[in-house]
Design a protein around this ligand. Structure first.
Ligand SMILES: C[S@@+](CC[C@H](N)C(=O)[O-])C[C@H]1O[C@@H](n2cnc3c(N)ncnc32)[C@H](O)[C@@H]1O
Length: 266
């Protein structure tokens, strides 16, 4: 069920794009997880780098555009995301799962997994596979959200989905509370960079757009027969909230950690 929902969620890059664009535009303070990962890795530009769960591969596109010379590989379980990665000059898209990455041991200098590990049923198995494909002395950097990130918007979507009898949210298998210990067990020393922020909306429409981009994760799949009704109700609810809170913003706390480890020889 969850796997079906994840497949549906990432079959089309649009909801992910809406969410990323919303974070870029409506964060209280600048929100730059890609810059935080790059700061943690201090790349020279020659590394062989694999981005696991690469999504639309904008991180790899940014690296390629900045003149990164080493091979850049995006790995994802969504054929649409693999195609998007493959379409970027200087980037190779590969279909594969984080728990069984289709590359030999010691293939990469750097492995990144940004905002994806919480979708993997066995995150520790994935971390072990990240370690396996990374050369000794190489680095692994993982980004996950805080538990219950943007709680008000999540509650809003969940409440409207529930009203129409749609099931619960996709379960997140790891968050910023649990990742450090998980990574320590696999890698030893782990460095943590923490970001605390909030989404802030002062008009209904961008909040509605962001909420809709979460629908599939709450079981309201693209072809769900009640999707339009749920969206209409949610929009009315949000417009009502702004009408009854003049001069107020919808502020929703959020954040993530970047956890980075160096792979020691076995
Ligand atoms: C929230 S998106 C993040 C995309 C990108 N890393 C970013 O930060 O913009 C999660 C991505 O992980 C992919 N994904 C989910 N489960 C996966 C798995 N087991 N192995 C590889 N990719 C997976 C999804 O298809 C999706 O593209």
């Amino acid at each position: 069920m969850c796997s079906y929902r994840l497949d549906a969620e990432y079959a089309d890059p649009t909801p992910l794009k809406v969410r990323i664009d919303t974070h870029e535009r409506y964060s209280e303070r600048p929100d730059e997880p890609a810059a935080a990962v790059l700061a943690a890795l201090a790349l020279t530009g020659t590394e062989q780098l694999a981005d696991i769960g690469c999504g639309d591969a904008r991180f790899l596109a940014q690296l390629a555009a900045s003149g990164h010379q080493g091979p850049l590989v995006g790995i994802d379980t969504s054929p649409a995301m693999v195609a998007a990665a493959d379409a970027i000059p200087g980037v190779r898209g590969v279909f594969g799962s984080a728990e069984r990455i289709p590359f030999d041991d010691n293939s990469f200098d750097v492995v990144t997994a940004r905002h994806m590990l919480y979708h993997v049923p066995d995150p520790t198995a994935a971390l072990r596979d990240f370690r396996r494909i990374t050369k000794p002395g190489g680095s692994v950097s993982v980004v996950v959200n805080h538990p219950g990130t943007y709680p008000h918007t999540s509650e809003l979507v969940a409440a409207h989905a529930t009203t129409y009898g749609v099931g619960s949210a996709v379960t997140m298998t790891v968050d910023s509370d649990t990742l450090p210990e998980m990574m320590t067990q696999v890698f030893g020393d782990v460095r943590i960079h923490r970001s605390d922020n909030a989404l802030v909306f002062d008009t209904p429409e961008p909040l509605v757009r962001f909420a809709e981009a979460l629908f599939t994760l709450y079981g309201v799949t693209p072809n769900h027969p009640r999707r339009q009704a749920i969206l209409t109700d949610l929009r009315e609810d949000v417009e009502d909230w702004f009408t009854h809170h003049p001069g107020h913003t919808w502020r929703d706390p959020k954040g993530y950690i970047v956890a980075t480890a160096v792979v020691e020889p076995e």
